[in-house]
Design a protein around this ligand. Sequence first.
Ligand code: CUA
Length: 159
Amino acid sequence: MHIHKYEKLWLLFGIGALLVFTITIGVSAFYMGNQPPSCLVTVDPSKVETTEPFDQPGLRQVGEKEYEVIVVASSFNFNVGPEKVIRIPVGSTVNFIGTTKDVVHGFEVAGTNANMMLEPGYINTVETTFKKPGKYTIVCNEYCGLGHHLMFATLEVVE
Ligand code: CUA
């Protein structure tokens, strides 16, 4: 009977430890500003180019000083439209909507809080407001292969 009791205790301890562990990971991931992919929003990675809105990557205006940028990442390129430079007026809020055609890529607008992971099969979004004019570099911050350091695009905020 004693052994039985201890087993129960250990089982409870184990479950408790697992819970604490899971919560810690969840909370720390949250505080690091990492957004998990907007879970149920999926896209077939092999059909990205023919799936809306990714069939037309790039900038679109959705309101006064409000924009969307459709981003298609692939090794080793960010497709952000016909031109590699996105131009928006200062004070604009931009919602970046992205996915990847192949492997996991990072998406970070250097110098801002815009930072997300692009995972095959998922659509992820991040929004930021550009209060200062200047050139911002969009970089891949997840190692994705030999051309990882070549993956970038430019966003220009103009007065
Ligand atoms: Cu894409 Cu690193």
